[in-house]
Ligand binder design. Structure first.
Ligand SMILES: [Zn+2]
Ligand SMILES: [Zn+2]
Length: 331
């Protein structure tokens, strides 16, 4: 190279390298995950209704004595049910929320022979007694339409106080919740002095929803966010997953979220160590509840992978694109 070309060439190289660096840095710089914003908003005030979590959930280590479902009263109008791992390894969580006029059951479990309708009926009868009422109607709906969340649906078909069991096709989900433009708009449901915001959050599954209960400020994320394997099954769903995570982050930056509650636990209590899919007992599992900042961390982790997602374990979640490693992958 002639010396007269060296200086301009160096300039060009420096410019190109600088552009490359700023291009690489820009996603992080523009979107740091907004964890601080989310955390500060959550801390700035308290929800109208608070609640408590149990010391431990049934976890499949005591199949002789575990109930088929653990019913936990988060508060007098909000119940969390956990299906036993002895019934089915998926051991999903179900949510039962009471308003003044209606109750809402999100999901019916993984095993059609678990008497979920009878268990829910017991809670409803106790709630009616406590509240001096004689009846309330029940809406049965789903966080998403994977089979481990709707196996008990048929049990509710003949229950007289059930207003509707929402169907599985996306068209029925969209119609029931009142989406005009799923997943972009954000309808609400009023259970009677209790308004719940409904967000479309596909990516894990096409009809996935996230619910925000304004009274408790709990964010029910289904299978898109929980302390475990965040499965994205199809390559074409990866950008959909990221868009939904962005939707959740934006929501939590504008609405205070007390806890994020998903539908499974697969992390252990040791950070970065998870139980593999299909494990039938969790002797030392993570708690169910996640701080809302986790939304920002998941978004950041997913965005940093760009269009080349990896199967990767983080402290309290696993990014698990099934098209890159199969669902039994565990690090
Ligand atoms: Zn699922
Ligand atoms: Zn599930």
């Amino acid at each position: 190279m002639k010396s007269s070309y060296v200086l301009p060439a160096l300039f060009l190289l420096a410019f190109a390298f600088g552009s490359y660096r700023s291009l690489r840095a820009s996603p992080e710089a523009l979107d740091p995950g907004r964890e601080l914003e989310i955390a500060e908003l959550a801390r700035s005030s308290s929800p109208a209704q608070t609640g408590t979590f149990p010391e431990r959930w049934i976890n499949g280590t005591n199949c002789g004595s575990e109930p088929k479902m653990q019913v936990h009263e988060y508060n007098k109008d909000f119940y969390i049910l956990r299906q036993s791992k002895c019934e089915i390894y998926e051991a999903p969580f179900l949510y039962l929320i009471f308003g003044e006029d209606r109750a809402l059951l999100m999901d019916t479990g993984s095993n059609p022979s678990t008497p979920v309708a009878a268990i829910v009926d017991e809670v409803i009868q106790r709630w009616l007694l406590l509240h001096g009422k004689t009846s309330i109607s029940l809406v049965v709906a789903h966080t998403h339409t994977h089979a481990d969340h709707n196996a008990g649906d048929a049990q509710f078909a003949s229950v007289p106080y059930v207003e509707i069991v929402v169907g599985k096709p996306l068209s029925e989900v969209v119609q029931f919740w009142g989406f005009q433009n799923y997943p972009i708009d954000q309808p609400t449901i009023d259970l009677g002095n209790r308004v719940i915001d409904v967000l479309g959050t596909p990516g894990h599954q096409a009809a996935s929803l996230t619910l925000y209960d304004r009274e408790t400020r709990l964010l029910l994320t289904g299978d898109i966010v929980y302390p475990g394997h965040l499965f994205v099954f199809l390559e074409s769903d990866w950008p959909v997953f990221i868009t939904s995570m962005q939707r959740l982050v934006d929501f939590a930056a504008e609405h205070p979220v007390e806890w994020v509650l998903g539908c499974h636990i697969e992390m252990s209590s040791t950070p970065g160590v998870s139980y593999a899919w299909g494990t039938t007992a969790h002797p030392d599992e993570h708690v169910l509840q996640l701080r809302p900042e986790v939304l920002g961390r998941i978004l950041r982790a997913a965005k940093s992978m760009g269009s080349q997602p990896e199967c990767k374990i983080f402290s309290d979640f696993v990014i698990h694109p099934v098209f890159k490693c199969d669902s039994t992958w565990n690090g």
